[in-house]
Design a protein around this ligand. Structure first.
Ligand code: AHR
Length: 371
């Protein structure tokens, strides 16, 4: 039994004891409190405490993993009838299109919609959370039955999402999280474990360097769950080693930004840099470009690690220029529409689903596994 449950039961016992004492004390009262009433109150309190404890315990339940399959419609469980999706209006509120991952994600949702006969309303917020909120509102106004949302940052969409849910529109969050609640702001959220991804790169770098070296971090979009959690995963893992972060800058998950930021860092620190951790591979590849341009050899002078695993990162690993990449699949189309079909069929969908990742290095890198 959990500690909180013991505390709750102890509270109930204390309350029961106190109530009994009150009954005793008021025995001279012309209308004493009936013992049965006291018991009823105690029972009610006990039930409420139990509910609170159970609700807290639900939060501790492990997030079910979603194993990605080929066909649409059999990832979460037995086959589901997808014909219910035909003619349905579904919005897809994309955050931006600044890198290969984002483009692959949009393509995945659009092609699944086409295949399933879904009328897709697509909007690209171009990296502006206020626009993404108004895109969601527009989709509700245009009669979307469901909305798939790839949130730019954790804060800023809560109002639009809550209104969509209140209007009876199903909301599926994909890829990044928000500072919100299942059942209030969205029905379910399908994401990767970003902390784990950062940890994987850090552990690999520790192994490769003996835990010694000067590190540069290229961060993704500030305020996004992907950037915050990958940062936590990496930095907490290198704590206690002799790896020192000598530069930590934002490059917005975009290759051009990463090239520019890395050029400046190279000018400031040049030969002192041993390791680059980029929150995604487009930035890792940007860093490699800048390292080469500075006359250094990526993979020899500076070890580079990233996340996502597009084809270009697989090629860089095979060429010895990138050390490691942890995959983060952009293929959210099939799983999103399968969830919608299951919701239409009245199935209960867990509030959180997790997509697994794989670590690629020189031993298993494969361009056929990239996107
Ligand atoms: O949220 C996932 C991240 O967002 C991907 O790693 C990145 O490439 C994208 O922009």
């Amino acid at each position: 039994m959990k500690k909180r449950r013991w505390i709750a039961l102890l509270l109930v016992v204390v309350l029961a004891f106190a109530m009994t004492a009150i009954v005793g004390c008021t025995s001279d009262d012309p209308e004493p409190v009936a013992e049965a009433e006291v018991e009823e109150v105690v029972e009610e309190v006990a039930e409420e405490v139990e509910e609170v404890v159970e609700a807290e315990e639900v939060e501790e339940v492990e997030i079910p993993e979603v194993v990605e399959g080929g066909a649409v419609g059999n990832i979460l469980g037995p086959d589901v009838d997808l014909s219910v999706l035909e003619g349905l209006t579904v919005g897809f509120a994309q955050m931006d299109s600044v890198n290969s991952w984002r483009i692959a994600q949009t393509d995945s949702v659009q092609s699944a919609a086409r295949e399933l006969g879904v009328n897709l309303i697509y909007a690209d917020a171009a990296g502006d959370v206020a626009k993404q909120a108004s895109d969601i509102e527009d989709m509700v106004a245009q009669g979307a039955d469901f909305i798939i949302v790839a949130p730019l940052v954790e804060d800023g969409l809560q109002g639009a999402l809550r209104s969509a849910m209140e209007a009876g529109v199903g909301v599926i969050l994909v890829d990044r999280g928000i500072d919100g609640e299942a059942g209030v702001h969205y029905d379910t959220a399908v994401m990767a474990d970003f902390i784990w991804e950062g940890q994987q790169v850090a552990e690999y770098m520790i192994e490769a360097t003996g835990g010694v070296g000067n590190v540069v971090i290229l961060q993704g979009t500030p305020g996004s769950s992907a950037a915050m959690d990958r940062q936590i995963g990496f930095t907490e893992t290198i704590e206690g080693t002799d790896m020192v972060i000598i530069a930590d800058q934002v490059a917005n998950f975009a290759m051009p930004d990463a090239i520019e930021v890395m050029e400046n860092i190279l000018q400031a620190h040049g030969d002192d840099i041993d390791i680059v951790f980029a929150h995604n591979d487009d930035m890792a590849l940007g860093a490699i470009t800048a390292i080469r341009a500075a006359g250094l050899v990526p993979g020899e002078d500076i070890l580079v690690g990233g996340i996502d695993s597009p084809v270009a990162a697989m090629e860089a690993i095979l060429a010895g220029e990138q050390l490691v990449s942890v995959s983060c699949s952009p293929f959210f189309g099939p799983i999103s529409f399968e969830i919608i079909a299951r919701m239409i069929h009245g199935e209960t969908i867990p509030p959180a689903l997790q997509k697994p990742g794989t670590l690629f290095d020189i031993n298993n890198a494969d361009v056929n596994e990239g996107f």
